[in-house]
Design a protein around this ligand. Structure first.
Ligand code: MEV
Length: 331
């Protein structure tokens, strides 16, 4: 049996603008998706999701499903890609389970895809690099999100804190975030990242002269946040997050519930608060000094379905457990 895991992500600044090649900063956080793979003798692949209670079985060229098995198509795609790279056939039962709420802006689909590519690489005994795992997960993300920037699969694979730019890849920020806490509050309103990205692109195409400078501002803001993080100036980071929230409202991805969450967080002492991820629903992220967290989390709990106080996950994709037939091998 093999168990692999990958962390959730929080975009600190730059979502949406990152799709048009502006930079963005993302953190990996300690909520994980896990993929469990059990080899079977027959050449048969059985994929299931614990969270969705669905299953898809591919055996002798026949496909049978249970429940809303469509949500498993990115995982099946990863199965095909890894089998193609390995150039051999193996039968397995693969189960995914996730602590990350789906459609909440925390990269649940990317984390599941990254954990799956990692687990299958181990099953086929092919030494996939982090870059290959991230690229395979990106192919799966394309099924769910249309034209993703690639930031979600990248941060979930590598962990830590990164500055990402679509055309250039990423650099790791070696910053000390120990004085602060990341608070996530879920609006409880589901939404589709692909649909939100399309909506923003439509607005940009309609008003290019108005929105091009705003995109440029968003990119500039990300550079300022990276400097403030390196200086350990979290007050400045918070102020810039608030400006970033204004830019996201301007491109139409906020709503009354998200505004409420953002303002409750700020009023109760957050250094800054903004939408995180695609918006239109999903979550907000607030940054706070450790001493202020309890008050902010309690205020948010009154208006949010789910509140998390999270630590940065230094490690990205990893093998949690591996037990070969005659060889117990735990990590
Ligand atoms: C993804 O979590 C957030 C967006 O920027 C889309 C993307 O980067 O692919 C909205």
């Amino acid at each position: 049996m093999i168990i692999a895991s990958a962390p959730a992500k929080v975009i600190l600044v730059g979502e949406h603008f990152v799709v048009e090649n502006e930079p963005a900063i993302a953190l990996a956080v300690e909520l994980r998706a896990r993929t469990i793979v059990e080899p079977i003798q027959k050449y048969e692949r059985i994929y299931s999701s614990k969270n969705y209670g669905c299953c898809i079985k591919i055996s002798d060229g026949k496909v049978s499903t249970k429940g809303n098995a469509e949500v498993l198509s990115p995982i099946v795609k990863i199965g095909e890609i890894v089998e193609g790279i390995a150039g051999l056939r193996k039968g397995y039962k693969l189960t995914v389970e996730s602590e990350i709420p789906p459609a909440s802006g925390m990269g649940s689909s990317a984390a599941v895809a990254v954990a799956t590519a990692t687990a299958l690489g181990k099953l086929y005994e092919i030494p996939l690099t982090h870059e290959e795992i991230s690229n395979i997960a990106y192919e799966a993300e394309r099924i769910v999100h249309d034209t993703p920037s690639g930031i979600d699969n990248t941060i979930s694979t590598y962990g830590g804190v990164i500055v990402f730019r679509k055309s250039e890849g990423f650099i790791r920020l070696d910053v000390d975030l120990s004085p602060i806490r990341v608070i996530i509050a879920d609006s409880g309103l589901p939404r589709s990242t692909g649909a939100m990205v399309k909506k923003v692109r439509k607005l940009k195409n309609k008003y290019p002269k108005v929105l091009d400078p705003l995109y440029h501002t968003a990119g500039r803001l990300v550079i300022e946040v990276a400097k403030a993080l390196e200086d350990g100036d979290f007050k400045r980071v918070g102020e810039l997050m608030n400006i970033n929230h204004g830019l996201l409202s301007a491109v139409g991805v906020s709503n009354l519930k998200l505004e409420e969450l953002v303002h409750v967080a700020r009023r109760s002492g957050a250094l800054g608060a903004k939408i995180t991820g695609a918006g239109g629903g999903g979550s907000i992220v607030a940054l706070a000094y450790a001493d202020d967290v309890q008050k902010i989390a309690e205020s948010l709990q009154r208006v949010s379905e789910r509140v998390f106080v999270l630590e940065v996950a230094r490690e990205g994709a990893r093998i949690e457990y591996h037990c070969a037939a005659n060889n117990m091998d735990t990590f």
